[in-house]
Write a protein that binds this ligand. Sequence first.
Ligand SMILES: NC(N)=O
Length: 675
Amino acid sequence: MAGVPPALSQGAGYGIVIGLSVAFALVMIGITWSLKKVNREVQTSEMFNTAGRSVKAGLIGSAVVSSWTWAATLLQSTTVCYKYGVSGPFWYASGATVQILLFATLAIEMKRRAPNAHTFLEVIRARFGTAGHIVFMVFGLITNILVSLMLYVGGSAVVNALTGMHTIAAIFILPAGVIAYTVVGGLKATILTDWANTFIMLVIIIIYGFEVYASNPLLGSPARVYELLVEAAARHPVDGNAGGSYLTMRSTDGIIFFVINIVGNFGTVFLDNGYWNKAIAASPVDALPGYILGGLTWFAVPWLTATAMGLAALALETNAAFPTFPDRMDPNDVSAGLVLPYAAVALLGKGGAVAALIMVFTAVTSATSSELVAVSSICTYDIYRTYFKPNASGKSLIWMSHVAVASYSLFISAFSIGLWYGGISLGWLYLFMGVVISSAVLPATLTMLWKGLNKWAACLSPILGTCCSLIAWIVTAHKESGELTVDSLGANYPMLAGNVTALLSPAVFIPIFTLIFGMDDYDWQSMMNIKRGDDHDVAEAEGVNVEDTMGGHEETAAEFDEEQKKLLHASKISKIMTTVMTIILLVLWPIPMYGSGYIFSEGFFAGWASIALAWILISFLLVGVYPVWEGRVTIVRTIKGLLGKGDVITEGHEASPGDITPTEKSGAKGGVSAL
Ligand SMILES: NC(N)=O
């Protein structure tokens, strides 16, 4: 970053970041208040942490897209495009989409087997007791911490590069508004802002895509981008790529990144309580379509962003408009995630910088909000209620959730400052995450899917796996470069060794522990026995019956049986559908292109870019526009109620048809929001 002047002034930076934070916080607090006033949504502990278990597919889809779109999704994908060419964005996108798709299966199993759970850790405890609970809680919290650090570190680096705002100031200011609306609105506010963030972010990505491939005077067509990429490869051919070209899927470093990416992302989906939270928040029939929608639409986010902005940076580096002209980018700036903002400045000047700032802001805030609620529900239910106050009232559970949100954010800000001083960048953290956490993926998955998993295998294989992965990572770094530094530990081969060992070592430990201690024969009953929170005090204080609050309704036996039937059906569909999609994205589409070493022709490249553009437009319709249509009845009713033209919902009021999620009787009784 040394010597590169920021595109915007510090004043503009503070104005945009603080202005957006205040605007988001006020709007979300206002929406929470309106839903409470018009729809009688009482903020019980169940509502704060599960959104009443009634959210529909479109909104779950946009929540998945939004919380899975980290700063890294936009910045690191663009980095790997800049380094490895067209393969980088594809490997990033496919290597992080399949986990969301496969997670749909786990989400259904969780809803089927533990319908009243608030967190995945509660489920682990129900099956394996305190030891398992503590082991997976540590892995879960490390996952949340790593993801949050990437958000704060990546986001603040971009704000600093574009505006000159001090990185430490950015680390504290970026999450401030999120804390406010998350504390007030809980998981539902998170899911609603997820939609708003997704909408804004997709619009900006679409603008960038069309600038690069259709309208910008410096590029403006696939043919021009292609020509400049051929020239770039002639100036600096890519080591390990077919013909040294940026226009091929055959890339040695690209495929190493692909493997690291797959492993790390299994950890960050399967162990992040945030994704289990959304599964819990979904109404039973909406979890599967919500996750499939989220996964498939998200694919276009890193793919198109990086295919446009990473390639634009390579094409424009020799143009005086590029911020580092006449030099290439400094490798530290590349690792910090600055390729995208620099490309945005080259393409659109100050306007590009503002758009990049807003886009990164939306990615950071929505994913941060999801992390805050995830950690807050662990602190509230898994630590406070489990080990300190088993009979905690709804009011004290909410108080604990608020304390957890604020203190966790302060902790992450302090930790991010330490990383900034230590020279640890977003790119480094991204490659590293799987080394630490991914050994818990297989045991966590089998907890939901295999009754034979015994307590020893579940509790010890993650710990032993992480010991092995750390050793593999450190030993490989030392062997490769003869020293242990941030750079040597951050290189591709040590990260590859650490990640692969983490994911696969439990496949050795679990059979060993099964041989030693025998197969378990779990009956799934203890998961089913998990209870909802007691919100009588909060409901009474608001003058409503707890049965009429969202998530407060006790299911009848008939309702339960009906729901189980639907979930079993969804479970079968999910297993087949997600496996097929995974094979397409990881094998059938990319591997023949890798194996053949094909270098894209100009026509093929134009087709590739067009498919990416079409995909993002479809994503916009599905997760940007469709959730509004899906929630139209509630939106209209809320607006009418606020204008004094409609009914304020009262107890016993029957909601209109289509207003409620199909299996939530509480919705019909209480006339609750279907958003
Ligand atoms: N969420 C990711 N891996 O971008």
